[in-house]
Design a protein. Structure first.
Length: 180
């Protein structure tokens, strides 16, 4: 039995969890999320506790057991608290600016990069220090994907450390050429 899959998910007040067919829907104060559920896994609700139950012990069902529980827990946390990934831009002249529903970044290329916000995602740029930005949303997967796409435009350079990185990310700098 999966150790993660056995844990019950506590649903706080104000959050509604519904399971119909193969779709799991969670609705809360910050919004609502829907997700398709893997076959062989079902949900049982007793009061404010939801548990994940699997139909058989076959390999794919066992693999989906813990995954579905983790996805449910992330959905519940997303509609109550939300998720945030913070990025920082390091480099001379590198900066970001949010205008409308798109992010405009100057990352040392000959042109600015325009990134439209996906649905359900908000990108907040610090107005005083335009090198710090935060990706916010209720879906953990989408928040992480958007942060990874923004970082991929200019990953941290291993020689000077310039580029877009997660806050707190450690970048090992290589030694440059040795002078004789």
């Amino acid at each position: 039995m999966s150790r993660i899959g056995r844990k019950p998910v506590v649903v706080p007040t104000g959050v509604d969890v519904t399971y119909e067919g193969d779709v799991l829907a969670v609705k809360g104060p910050k919004g609502s999320i829907q997700r398709k559920i893997a076959g062989g896994v079902s949900f049982e609700r007793e009061g404010d506790i939801v548990t994940v139950v699997r139909a058989s012990n076959s390999g794919p069902v066992r693999a989906a057991h813990g995954l579905m529980r983790a996805l449910l827990a992330n959905m519940v946390e997303g509609v109550t608290k939300g998720f945030t990934k913070e990025l920082e831009i390091i480099g001379v002249g590198y900066k970001a600016e949010a205008s409308g529903r798109k992010l405009v970044m100057n990352l040392g290329f000959s042109h600015p990069i325009e990134y439209p916000f996906p649905d359900g995602i908000e990108i907040v740029v610090n107005p005083k220090d335009r090198t710090k930005l935060a990706v916010q949303g209720i879906d953990k997967e989408t928040v992480g994907q958007v942060a990874a796409e923004l970082r991929a435009y200019r990953p941290p350079d291993s020689y000077k450390g310039k580029g877009v990185r997660y806050v707190g990310e450690q970048v090992r700098l290589k030694a440059g050429k040795s002078g004789q």
